[in-house]
Structure formats: structure tokens, C-alpha cells
Design a protein. Sequence first.
Length: 243
Amino acid sequence: MSVEKPETGGRGSGLTGLTITAAGFTFVALRLFAVSGYNWHTAFAVLHTLDVGDTVVLVLGTVMADSLASVLFLTVLVPVALLRMALERQKARQAVDRARAEGRPPERPDVIGSLLLLIALVVVVAYLVTFHSWWLLLLIGVVCGLVYAIGHGVRAGGRVRRTTLWISRHLWALAVLTILLGAATLRTPWVPMERVELRNGKELTGFVMATEPGFLKLLTEHDRELLIVRDEDVISREEITSD
């Protein structure tokens, strides 16, 4: 009688899915408290403006709404994509050499780095065209040069080289930690700032977190209070941009 070995692939994929879920939950919780000034009641109120599956919107909105976050993200994105592509090409060459030595066809190489670089270039071009911040190209070039110098100009076996290799192997984990750190410190919400003029002559400046039939929910800029404003009391709404 033969005994089949239990499959372990499902367990690994389950742990990966659990880790991603936990990271998404942590990100949402940190963003709620950060934009609410770490006030429990305000964070609880803002929570009810979110829908299930808004994590992607929160991530992209956080990066796009805060100028510092945008610059840091774009400055790191291109070097990370280049590093990932270089590691993939090195791994592909090693796989080809092993396949030739074993007399079998080589496996298809990963293209995640190439796709990431393409996306990074598109996003950088869009940012430059919108804000005309051409100095960002110089900053990206400096970071890319620094990464190249560390990878090729440091002696093999040195502490800096070993640290760089460790960072490259744990790239995604470090990226997640960086995102969570940003989620906990950036106070800018994931929606544009607006100036809302009311019929009583009062003017509110803040972030419209939700619009419901008959009213809207506005998070004030300074006090971080979530106000419920009736539509009939609103005369105009104007988005405030940083152009």
C-alpha cells in the first residue's frame, strides 16, 4: 500500500495570503489614525467612509496626495525597478548555464523587473509633465548612480557589499515596512483638499471623505474633525491644488 505525501504548496500560499491580508489591514488602520490625528473617535468616524477593498485606493491616494511621499516614492521606484531587473537577468543567465550543463531547455525568465521599470518610467513622466519638477531626474540619477556604485564599486565580501545583497534579497519586505511607516506618519488623506463655501458665509477647508445623497462628510484640515454638511447648505466646492 502506497502512502501519498501531503502537499505543502497550499500551506505556503495560505501563509502568503495571510501575510498580505495582515499588511493590508495594518496599512488601513495606520492611515485611519494618521489622518485623524490619532484620535480614536475621529478614526472610527472616518472608517465608515471606506468601502471594502479600498486598500489600493488608500495606497495610491496617499502617494499622490502628499508631495513629499510622491517625491520619495518616485526617487526610489526607478532604482528599485532597475535593481530588480538586474537581479532577474543575473538569475536568468545562471539558469541558462545550468540548463546547458544539464542538457535541458532553459526556463522562461521573470519579467517583473522590466514591467516595474516600464510602470516607473510612465509614472515619472506623468509627474514631470504635471509639476515640471525636472530636478527630480537629477535626484533619481544620483540614487541610481549610488546603487550602481555600491553594487559594482565595492570590494567583494565587504560589509557594504553584503549589506547591499541582503537588502536586494529582502527588497519586498523592506518596501512593505517603508509603506507602513509612511502610512503611520503622513497626515495627508487620500483625497484632494477642498474649499467648501456655505450659505451662512462660513468657509470650510478640508477633505471630503464621502458624499452621500443629501450630505457630505468633510474632515477639517487643521482640527481633523469629521463634519457632516447638508447639500442644501453648500454653495460651492473648489479643489485646492499645489500647482
